[in-house]
Design a protein around this ligand. Structure first.
Ligand code: HEM
Length: 447
């Protein structure tokens, strides 16, 4: 059954409409929009290599530039003055760590989305302290050492079974996304949440819709905001069904742990678990999927790196994974909103200004990474990448799980079907996720 979104359906101790204010950009100063325009749909439809050419120009000329609103806003607003684009590594780190001046509670995407929608979809990703820390702590308390260990075992088993599914396929060719990249994180998300088989397909489809709002193929003629709201509402429905199920039949899964989690005498309510479920359905699946797709592509372009890694997989994989993330950098943008006047890149940022962080540009910053365009698994400072964010209170909560999935998957791929190459990827056209829809993967089958 699907319901339609209505803010009054949701009653949550955490949802306080007065606590989240939309502060419009104030003051009468309106900087000129910078002529190097990164808000066009055409820009976001380019390959990341093409976009990097433009980011390089901005990093050199104007590390913080005032940009017009993006073309494919989910909810276009004629009064939207634009945003500050932050493209240097040092500035991304500075903004990410100054959670007093640059807040997330007014939204983390380009658009000024309604506060209820943020809480519906983004949980504590779009909250500020003290609410953020309270909720993040509650969720983190559900990841007990026993839970983490059981997740690791599930990840290894899933990686093996997924590669079993195609390694000896005599055709020696698959769509890497459908048969491999997408399957592992989705299965792990479903496993750790304890999602039964009959809800898995629905969960996966709706999770895809929540993030792919600006991709014409995914939208298939539907309005972007409708797609996003409907998908989020459907995911809340699935979460509600799951909560009922787990209350009656507790399991060794995260939803059961979340129902029981208690911090300072307080439990999560149904709405909070639902919003966290939506956040995890997106944060925990698409990100890892696209990282593994771009990594097999990188191995095709830099075959010597594959050989080098295989010579001492256990000794080298942890640093290598940091380079996988730096090079793939699947999350392209997150926004903050300034709540105090401050200086950034030689400009005065005033309360209400939107400030957007461009992580792939930070990952390619030659002031931090030597020869950044090289996929170099022995890069000494690979872990300084900003692919999981630039630090601060919102730093990716799932980074260890993402690394564990990549470690397990590449062990299977490299040692069982070491001879492989990819064809041209079909890319997702959004300004949020650097994603691959489909990508041919050819390999010498396992005997
Ligand atoms: C390669 C994979 C991944 C990448 C590149 C990635 C990237 C990110 C980024 C850029 C942020 C925002 C950081 C900020 O605003 O400062 C974030 C936050 C988050 N990620 Fe990930 N992520 C990945 C995998 C995962 C996984 C597997 C999970 C869950 C199992 C997850 C859960 C979260 C959560 C819950 C947050 C919100 C944290 C907060 O606001 O406190 N992520 N991630």
């Amino acid at each position: 059954m699907t319901t339609t979104f209505d803010a009054t359906d949701f009653e949550s101790e955490m949802y306080d409409p007065d606590a989240v204010h939309m502060i419009p950009a104030t003051g009468d100063r309106k900087p000129e929009h910078y002529p190097v325009d990164i808000s066009t749909k055409a820009f976001w439809n380019q390959t990341s290599e093409q976009r990097e050419e433009t980011f390089r120009v901005l990093r050199e000329e104007q590390p913080v530039s005032w940009q017009r609103p993006v073309d494919d806003a989910v909810t276009p607003d004629p009064d939207d003055p634009g945003y500050w684009a932050v493209v240097k590594h040092a500035d991304i780190v500075k903004v990410s760590r100054d959670n007093e001046t640059f807040v997330s509670g007014q939204g983390v995407l380009f658009d000024l989305l309604p506060p209820i929608f943020l809480e519906l979809t983004q949980s504590f990703l779009a909250m500020d302290n003290p609410k953020h820390d309270r909720l993040r702590k509650l969720v983190a308390s559900a990841f007990t050492p026993k839970q983490v260990k059981s997740i690791e075992d599930k990840v290894e088993l899933a990686a093996k079974e997924i590669v079993d599914g195609f390694a000896s396929d005599p055709s020696g060719e698959i769509d890497f996304v459908a048969r491999c990249a997408k399957v592992l994180p989705t299965r792990i998300f479903c496993d750790i949440m304890g999602i039964p088989e009959h809800l898995r397909e629905d969960t996966e489809r709706n999770a895809g819709d929540v993030v792919a709002w600006a991709d014409d193929e995914v939208l298939a003629g539907r309005a972007a905001d409708e797609v996003q709201v409907q998908a989020a509402t459907n995911l809340h429905d699935i979460a509600a069904e799951l909560i009922e199920l787990k209350k009656n039949e507790p399991g060794d899964d995260l939803v059961t742990a979340l129902i029981n989690a208690e911090v300072d005498g307080r439990h999560l309510d149904e709405f909070e678990i639902g919003s966290f479920f939506v956040l995890m359905a997106v944060a925990g699946t698409d990100t890892t999927r696209h990282t593994s797709a771009f990594t097999v592509r990188a191995f095709t372009h830099f075959p010597e790196q594959k050989k080098w890694l295989m010579e001492d997989y256990d000794g080298r994989i942890n640093n290598a994974i940091e380079e996988f993330i730096r090079y793939a950098c699947p999350v392209m943008t997150f926004r903050r909103t300034a709540v105090a006047e401050t200086e950034l890149g030689g400009h005065t940022v005033i309360p209400g200004d939107k400030v957007v962080l461009f992580y792939p540009s930070g990952c390619m910053d030659a002031d931090v990474f030597e020869n950044p365009e090289q996929f170099d698994l022995s890069r000494p400072n690979a872990k300084e990448h900003v692919g999981f964010g630039g630090g601060g209170v919102h730093f990716c909560l799932g980074n260890q799980l993402a690394k564990s999935m990549l470690r397990a998957l590449f062990r299977e791929l490299l040692f069982r079907i070491p001879e492989f190459e990819v064809g041209e990827p079909e890319l997702l056209g959004t300004n949020f996720m650097r994603g691959v829809k489909r990508m041919p993967f050819r390999f010498t089958p396992e005997k």
